[in-house]
Design a protein around this ligand. Structure first.
Ligand SMILES: *Cc1c(COP(=O)(O)O)cnc(C)c1O
Length: 457
């Protein structure tokens, strides 16, 4: 057996052991950064080591510092686990080492990207023929879509951003819900668009359509080019903006409408939950993640733009580059040039789940979220604060201090990991059910742990 094969076999064994440990290991990491640094050794070795030994050292030294993200009882932030087919596909992505930049040199990746892209549009109910770019996550997917929006809107106003930059051009107006994700602000900042004007929302974080209409009308007689950013899935409540009212209003005012649907856009793939996204397909661009609800490994986001030419204007290489394909290349749809074959994992997850599997996944996550809401509402002194319409549950235990103590107990207990957050000025426990492998038993074990934490405080 050569050195490479030996290293791969070790990696395989460590991976299988790690995955088997997920159902019973404590969810939070047990060792802090310094301890892992000590175990690894901070000194750069003077010379080479056998690859298999390096893999062994990394796996053993790092193990106590790993959080059980891919397990069924991690409910922090909004993250997903890894579907088995997607995980195995990701190993091949590393072994194949395809630079997925151009159709001519990586036909296999381009084929998979074309197929997976078309499947995504179908499942998410988005217009066929839209361009689908595979990015590192929803932050970059938002960035990619908003770059297309910026260039198209300024282009319509007679300004060529690609050639002349932003300085001296018309100033774009950006309206976004007051409960948007901060990733939208990051993307706008990277694009030189500054902070958006916040549009008021209701208690669940849904944009108020009357307030949007008012803001659009306030644009003044000279009417600046306008971008409206909506949201499918608010991180605290899981709520969706009212697309059927907001998108036509924004379009009437000549605006480009973008939807940040990092985890929520997947509601469209479930007949039971698709009503949450009603009207959403009328927008001009959509950002979502594959590494959240779809459960592919990090990192993978999806930028969808209705008008492929607009995306190409913003992201494409202007000028002949090596062996450019006349139909456009993957690099024409995302910020990076050289990049890994991200579409392979998305294709594998979708091919493995099929249409009904994706719908079942979404329905299961939502069902677990409702079970959490019901279970928590029965705990003495606990209140569920949001309408549980999707995968998010926000709960409070009396006052801020007790809510924080419950969280502290829960994390020390180690059964589950839940994010502490602040919503409407109050401390809350925020549960996000995003992992394909979460079972009813995981939910029960977590509810028991929450009950223990509540009793102890
Ligand atoms: C997670 C999330 C983002 C950011 O996505 P990343 O994949 O972490 O870059 C943006 N918007 C919403 C609503 C999110 O939940």
């Amino acid at each position: 057996m050569d050195e490479r094969e030996a290293a791969l076999r070790r990696a395989h064994d460590h991976a299988v052991r790690w995955l088997a440990s997920l159902s019973d290991r404590p969810v939070p990491a047990r060792a802090p950064v310094e301890e892992i640094v000590r175990a690894l050794g901070a000194e750069l070795p003077a010379g080479p080591s056998p690859p298999a030994e390096v893999v062994d050292l990394m796996a053993t030294a790092c193990e106590p510092g790993l959080t059980a993200f891919p397990g069924g009882r991690f409910y922090g932030f909004v993250v997903g686990g890894t579907e088995p087919a997607a995980l195995a596909a990701d190993w091949l992505v590393a072994a194949w080492d395809q630079n997925s930049v151009m159709r001519a040199v990586s036909p296999a990746h381009s084929a998979v990207e074309d197929i997976a892209g078309a499947w995504l549009l179908d499942l998410l109910g988005l217009p066929g023929g839209s361009a689908v770019g595979f990015t590192t996550g929803a932050t970059m997917a938002n960035f990619t879509c908003l770059a297309a929006a910026r260039d198209a809107l300024l282009g319509r106003a007679g300004w060529n951003v690609a050639r002349d930059g932003l300085t001296g051009g018309p100033r774009l107006r950006v309206l976004a819900g007051e409960h948007r994700h901060l990733a939208v602000d990051l993307a706008l900042r990277y694009l030189g668009l500054g902070e958006p004007e916040p549009v008021p929302a209701d208690a669940q974080g849904r944009m108020d359509p009357t307030a949007l209409r008012r803001s659009l009308a306030d644009g003044g007689p000279e009417r600046r080019p306008t971008l409206v950013v909506l949201q499918a899935g608010e991180i605290h409540s899981g709520a969706f903006d009212p697309f059927e009212e907001t998108i036509p209003a924004a379009h009437e005012a000549g605006a480009w409408v973008h939807v940040d649907g990092a985890f929520g856009l997947w509601a469209a793939a479930s007949p039971r939950h698709a009503a949450l996204t009603a009207g959403c397909a009328a927008a001009d661009s959509w950002a979502t993640d594959a590494h959240k609800t779809l459960n592919v490994p990090y990192d993978c986001g999806l930028a969808v733009v209705r008008d492929p030419a607009a995306l190409r204007t913003a992201m494409g290489l202007h000028g002949a580059y090596l062996i450019h394909d006349e139909h456009g290349d993957p690099i024409d749809k995302v910020p990076e040039l050289s990049r890994r074959g991200r579409a392979f994992t998305v294709w594998a997850a979708l091919r493995s789940l099929g249409r009904s599997g994706v719908a079942d996944l979404v329905d299961r996550l939502c069902r677990h979220a409702r079970a959490f809401a019901t279970g928590i509402a029965d705990i003495d002194g606990a209140t569920v604060l949001n309408d549980v319409v999707f995968t998010q549950v926000c709960a409070r235990f009396g006052d801020d201090a007790r809510t924080d103590r419950v969280l502290e107990h829960l994390l020390a207990d180690g059964t589950a990991w839940i994010t502490g957050s602040t919503w409407h000025g109050h401390r809350v426990l925020r549960i996000s059910v995003s992992n394909w492998s979460t079972t009813d038993a995981d939910v029960d074990r977590t509810l028991d742990a929450i009950r223990r934490a509540a009793t102890a405080t």
